[in-house]
Design a protein around this ligand. Structure first.
Ligand SMILES: *Cc1c(COP(=O)(O)O)cnc(C)c1O
Length: 396
């Protein structure tokens, strides 16, 4: 591995210099007013990135997985029914967590490569006339397969059925890199972590709660202590935590929000679209297919690329690390060995991406794939030369 090369894994993502410095702080008293001047702007910044006017933002010393647990344990009780689709490793793990909390999960098995089946959700919700389903789980961006789902369509499924279930969205690999609309989509709990779109080291679970989700906490009886949002809210009212906060990471989060908001969310999303279009042009020039089955579900933050029959996709990842000091993502679960993943979220430029595409090409040629060196790079160059580019001023 080389510390000079960017990583092309779908999280943790590359950390901009300015954010590394922001995380590197001397110890401060986390019960002093100085801490409030970090905490409150960080929460405001997250709320804006979520595109919400009023979401309650809570930030735990944890990771995205802790955010899932925060969503479930604060709003549900043992035996409650939830609806979820399994279309990749991350939706699978969230379902597994529900089951371990003694929730009853109605699982819609979905082909790995397809998006969330909003029509199936609609049918199930309509049939649930006595409203046993208390929450609908949706993985906005399935990082294992490079598939984005239409959360607006899930909201419409709920509304069309007149169903009161809460809508929980895993936005761990979308928030901060792809459009996410907490208020417009009527999201009740949004979950993310610090190490993806927010470009920081792992260590923060970041969640937004709607007013309805906050109301559900009053009757929810699943056990919770560390992740109790009321304890956290009480702490926040005094500019403090119920325990010791990760001050450096929170300072980094505050800066990360400033970076994203000063670039402009639309510009951030356009940058990720352009970078992803370049990757997809390269994949097509290589004659390979994405795991994502159709353009309307192509993710702008991660591409899972199917390797031809007879090639183990994981070999590409191993070879890239050993030979070129570059990290790509391996296939997970059902698609292990069948896909390798190029992560293109967080802090990334066209130029960085070209180096990743060139490296993937070298690896495939080294391993005997039938591809022409330079073909993917040239296809991506065409995209990057012609698509409108907004030059990012280096905040460092
Ligand atoms: C990375 C990821 C997670 C898990 O987050 P951790 O921070 O590793 O706990 C959950 N969901 C999705 C979609 C992810 O990409």
């Amino acid at each position: 591995m080389s510390f000079q090369n960017p990583v092309f894994i779908p999280g943790p993502t590359n950390i901009p210099e300015v954010l590394r410095k922001a995380c590197d702080m001397p110890t401060i008293d986390h019960r002093s007013p100085l801490f409030g001047s970090i905490l409150h702007p960080a929460r405001d910044g997250v709320r804006q990135v979520l595109k919400s006017a009023s979401a309650e933002v809570f930030i735990f010393p944890a990771t995205g997985t802790g955010g899932w647990e925060t969503a479930l344990t604060n709003t549900l009780s043992a035996g409650d029914k939830v609806l979820a689709a399994r279309n990749g490793m991350f939706s699978h793990r969230w379902i597994d967590m529900c089951q371990r909390h003694n929730l009853e999960v109605e699982v819609v098995e979905t082909h790995w490569g397809d998006g969330l089946p909003a029509e199936r959700y609609a049918e199930i919700l309509k049939a649930d006339s006595n409203h046993r389903i208390k929450a609908v789980l949706a993985t906005h961006n399935e990082t294992a397969t490079g598939v984005v789902s239409d959360i607006g369509a899930v909201r419409r499924a709920l509304d069309d059925a007149g169903h009161p279930a809460l809508l929980f969205v895993d936005g761990v690999s979308s928030i901060g890199s792809m459009d996410f609309r907490f208020d417009d989509w009527g999201v009740d709990v949004a979950v993310t972590g610090s190490q993806k779109g927010f470009m920081l080291p792992a260590g923060l679970a970041i969640v937004g709660f709607s007013e309805r989700a906050m109301a559900a906490t009053k009757t929810a009886s699943l056990p919770r202590t560390f992740f109790d949002v009321h304890d956290m809210a009480q702490g926040y009212a005094n500019s403090a935590y119920p325990y010791t906060p990760s001050v450096g990471l929170l300072n980094g989060l505050n800066q990360a929000c400033t970076m994203l908001l000063s670039e402009g969310l639309d510009a951030v999303f356009a940058r990720h679209t352009r970078i992803a279009n370049g990757v997809r042009a390269a994949v097509s020039a290589w004659g390979l297919d994405l795991c994502a089955t159709s353009p309307n579900v192509y993710s702008n933050t991660v591409s899972a690329i199917c390797t031809p029959e007879g090639f183990n996709a994981t070999d590409i990842v191993t070879h890239a690390a050993e030979t070129y000091g570059v990290a790509f993502g391996v296939g997970l679960g059902e698609v292990a060995g069948k896909v390798f993943r190029i992560g293109h979220l967080g802090s990334l430029t066209d130029v960085m991406m070209l180096s990743g595409i060139a490296t993937a090409e070298m690896c495939m040629a080294d391993l005997g794939f039938d591809i022409t060196l330079g073909s993917g790079v040239a296809a991506a160059q065409d995209v990057y030369r012609t698509a409108p580019a907004t030059l990012i001023k280096d905040a460092a």
